[in-house]
Each structure stands twice: as C-alpha cells, then as structure tokens.
Design a protein around this ligand. Sequence first.
Ligand code: FAD
Length: 462
Amino acid sequence: MNSTVDVDYLVVGAGAMGMAFTDALIDHEGDVRVALIDRRHGVGGHWLEAYPFVRLHQASVLYGVASTLLGGGRVQHRGPEAGLQERATKSEVCAYFEHVLADRMIDSGRVEFFAGTEYVGGRTFVSRVSGDRFTVPGRCRVVDAHYLAPLVPAEVAPPFAFDDARVVPVNELAHIEEPPSRYLIAGSGKTATDACIWLLARGVDPDAIIWVRPRDPWMLNRAVIQPVPEVFLGMVADTMQAAESAASLEDLFLRLEDAGIMLRIDRSVMPAMAKTPTLAMWELELLRMIEHVVRLGHIRRAQRGLVDFERGSLAIPDDTLIVHCAGDGLIRRPLVPIWAPGTITLQPVRSGFPCFGAALTGYVEATRRDDDEKNRLCPPSPYPDSMVAWARMTVVGARNATSFGAEPDIASWASQVATNPARIPPDVERSAQLDDALGRLQTHAKPGIARLAELSMPPASS
Ligand SMILES: Cc1cc2nc3c(=O)[nH]c(=O)nc-3n(C[C@H](O)[C@H](O)[C@H](O)COP(=O)(O)OP(=O)(O)OC[C@H]3O[C@@H](n4cnc5c(N)ncnc54)[C@H](O)[C@@H]3O)c2cc1C
C-alpha cells in the first residue's frame, strides 16, 4: 500500500536526539505536524539494544527532552554515589521515552509515530513489517536524527576476525551460566569500563580479567558533572583557568587531573583517548584492581588459545570468554551545517550533551525563519575522541554558547531547560561558591578558550 502522510516534518530516528528535537519543536511552533519514524520497534534509539546493566553515565536530569524531567532530580542517599544525582537505568530511560511519546507527543495530536519503518530517501519510508510505503509532501523538512547515532556491540560485529574463540557482545554477560577461567574485555570506552565494573562488583577475581586497552581513556569525574550551578560552572572555571596557562594538551589534562576533573585509570600512562564519559571514584578504584592490561594495539584475530594484536600475540586459556565492547558509542563523521535546503541534520551544539543540542535545534527551528541565521546561532560541535578533539569541542561549544546565549529569548528558554548543564535556574539561590565560579569564569573564559584554540590547531608544518 502507498500513502501520503501530510506532515511538515519527517524526523528520521526516534532516539534521544530525534525525541528532544520533536519535543521542543511542537512546544514552540503552533500548528506543526510531525511524522517520527524509526526502524526499531519503539522509541529510545540505542537504549533498546543496550546491555541490561547500562545506566546513564551522568545525572538523569541532564538527559531526555526539554519538557519532561527524566527521573525526579533526586540526590542518591545511599550506595557508593551518595551525594550525587540519580542516574537512570536502561529500563528507566526506555520507559521515559515511551511516556514522552504517548503523553506528550501522540496526545498533542501533532505527532504520529511509525515504528519499524526505514527511511529510504526521496521523502519515502517503508514498513519493514508490512512493506507499506509512505511519502511526505515536498514542503516537508526531513530531519536526520541518526547522523551521529552510536554503533552498539549488540548490533555490530566485533572489529576483528575470530575462528573458534568464544566471542560474545557485552549484552551476553548478563546471561552467563558457567563462569570461564578468564574474561577478555575488548575495548577501552564506557561500555568496556561498565563491563569490567559489572564483573568486579559481582565478585569476579580481578586476575580473571584480561583488559585489552588499545588506548587508555581520559574520563570526567562524575562528582563535578552535576546539575548544580556552582559545581558545574566551578568545573568550567577550573578548566578555563587550567587551559589559560597550559603548555600543551598533555599538560592541560594533567592539570585537570590535579584539579579533580579528569580521571585516568593508570597514572603511569598518558591516555590518547578523550571521549570523556563520566566515572565515579568507586568505579575508578575497581578498575584499578585489574592488573592484566594488554596494550598491544587493536585485536586482529582471535582463536581458541591465542589472540593476535597489531603489535604482538597473547596466549589465553582455551575457555576464555572474549567480550566484545568495541562498538563506537560516539560516532565520528564530518560535521555538516545543521540546516540545509529541505533538511536538518542533528548534531551537538554545545560541548557534549546531545539532548540539549537537539532541543535547542528544535527551539531555534520553531522560532526563526532564516536558515543562515539558524546556522549562525547553532554551528555543530564535534563529539571528542582524542585530547585535540576534546579541545576543539570545548572551543566550538563555548563559542556557540556565547552566540546563542546572546539572544535573550534563547537565554531565557535555556535557563529553564534541565538538560542544559550550564544553566542557572531563575530561582536559584546565590551562594559564595556560585559567585566565585562566575567571577573566575569572567576572568578566565576568554584567555582559556583562546589558549585551547591554539592547542587544538594542527602543528604548523616546517
Ligand atoms: C551505552 C551508551 C551510553 C550512553 N550514555 C550517555 C549518557 O549518559 N549521556 C549522554 O549524553 N550520552 C550518552 N551516550 C551517547 C549517545 O550518543 C546519546 O546517548 C544519544 O542517545 C544518542 O542518540 P541518537 O538519537 O543520536 O542515536 P540513537 O539512539 O541511536 O537513535 C537513532 C535512531 O535512528 C534510527 N535510524 C537510523 N537510520 C534510520 C533509517 N534509515 N530509518 C529509520 N530509522 C533509522 C535508529 O534505529 C535509531 O533508533 C551513550 C551512548 C551509549 C552507546
């Protein structure tokens, strides 16, 4: 069956970014109609396929859509993160997005959701279940809400060959029936750290874990990425202050480590990776218990009893379970202007925090007419992978925050949106700590950003 869906926007991808964009758009554009589609069976994007023990790595309130708080904004009162804000589990994130879809979007009468449908280009999407084809009219803007969608281990093959070795995606850890003599964790990002922590917290002997870390990661101390203005802005002020006089990026990251902002697992190794998810101190302590770390580059081939790397080989017990944690949580593709004729390509706008970037894009789309002006206000900001990319993200994000923050309506809207980590809510109680952070930002932001811009430039060729 072929039919036309009479909408103004076709949002392709119902993950966090597509949801955050749609939510802000319908909140601020009076009469708009949206078709939201996803090839998956529901909303929530990669969370639907994530490993069962995943949680948000930062506070729940910093994630989701602008209109609806994820979680209750509660502080944890017990456990190893007492004092820090709650973090939603996979099922809480999925339930939240279902609730937003039903109660906010469908109930508004302005959004229709097409599950299990594939966008095939040419303003057309096709049901993967019935084969029905749908087209949208020429005036309809197509919103690419999957441009930077992460690749998760459950859905991508391991990036190495394997013959008769036991290789499973990280999701399978939750279904183990017989413990192997060794777990070999392949990957050094957030998924791999989650896998190690989950095993250790369930009593696995640290010596039973072999951790393949082609690059060591820099991670942010979760205690300073909190939705509390004096904490978050204090962290930004510390970062700017450190950047201002940093001799190099390595020097900067070491200063940030001394300031309690950046963490690394092994203090004798300079990490090359800086995707910078957050980590708690109790997690860091667990990760440091793993001594068998393999730094021979990426795995090339795994066989029963032997793993070949870029720079050598390692004999392993025959029953070793190789845990594939090597998806790409933060996809790196070239940044493109968010607004182009007929399309909108969602990307982060400030440093990190993709949900806020997508909501801001929805708000700007709803409140401005000229695409050049929208692109001027919201250039895309990269996801970081290395220290230099982290510096570039910080520069672009800070410059963007200055440009969109200079628009009174955006500044006012952004100060009320919980997913904006840098907001100062209108009713916030001023404290000496907050005034100190704001004063130091005033002094150090400009020179700090200027120095970061220098440090993120490619070295001049001699
Ligand atoms: C394990 C993990 C934990 C994370 N934790 C955090 C966190 O705590 N905080 C944070 O800010 N970020 C986190 N991230 C980063 C992540 O980038 C964001 O979570 C964000 O959810 C990504 O959302 P997205 O909408 O870009 O992608 P997705 O969630 O992948 O959504 C994109 C959707 O597009 C659909 N799609 C793609 N192509 C098509 C097509 N042709 N037709 C139809 N549908 C299509 C896909 O099915 C998918 O559902 C995490 C990432 C991972 C992998």
